[in-house]
Write a protein that binds this ligand. Structure first.
Ligand SMILES: [Zn+2]
Length: 114
């Protein structure tokens, strides 16, 4: 594959130089690009490839306070529910979801509700 790309990139008599340069930029850039396609992670644990340890894992999820949590809290406080404004911090549906790798414990993705 690499030798084919090198052949295509090399200027020849049949290919003008500018075209060969364009091919070189397009093909050689494509050759070094590493594209990692992961399925969308939402509220529940999902299977993905960890970008840190390169293993195929099912993520561990943890709910953390995010923008949505603070927005609902602020909204409740504005309407005078000062006692209720702590509720979003206890309701998982109002919080962001942090996906962690079970083997290296690093954060893979944070699903934000807002
Ligand atoms: Zn990992």
């Amino acid at each position: 594959m690499t030798s084919n790309i090198n052949k295509l990139c090399a200027p020849t008599a049949s290919k003008p130089f500018f075209l060969s340069t364009l091919l070189q930029v397009a093909l050689c850039r494509y050759n070094v690009t590493h594209l990692v396609v992961t399925p969308a992670l939402h509220e529940v644990p999902g299977q993905t490839v960890c970008p840190h340890c390169q293993q195929s894992v099912i993520t561990n999820t943890e709910h953390t306070a995010g923008l949505m949590t603070w927005a609902v809290c602020g909204g409740l406080a504005l309407f005078g529910c000062f006692l209720c404004c702590c509720i979003p911090f206890c309701v998982e549906a109002c919080q962001d979801v942090e996906h962690r790798c079970p083997s290296c414990q690093k954060v893979i993705y944070v699903y934000k509700r807002l």
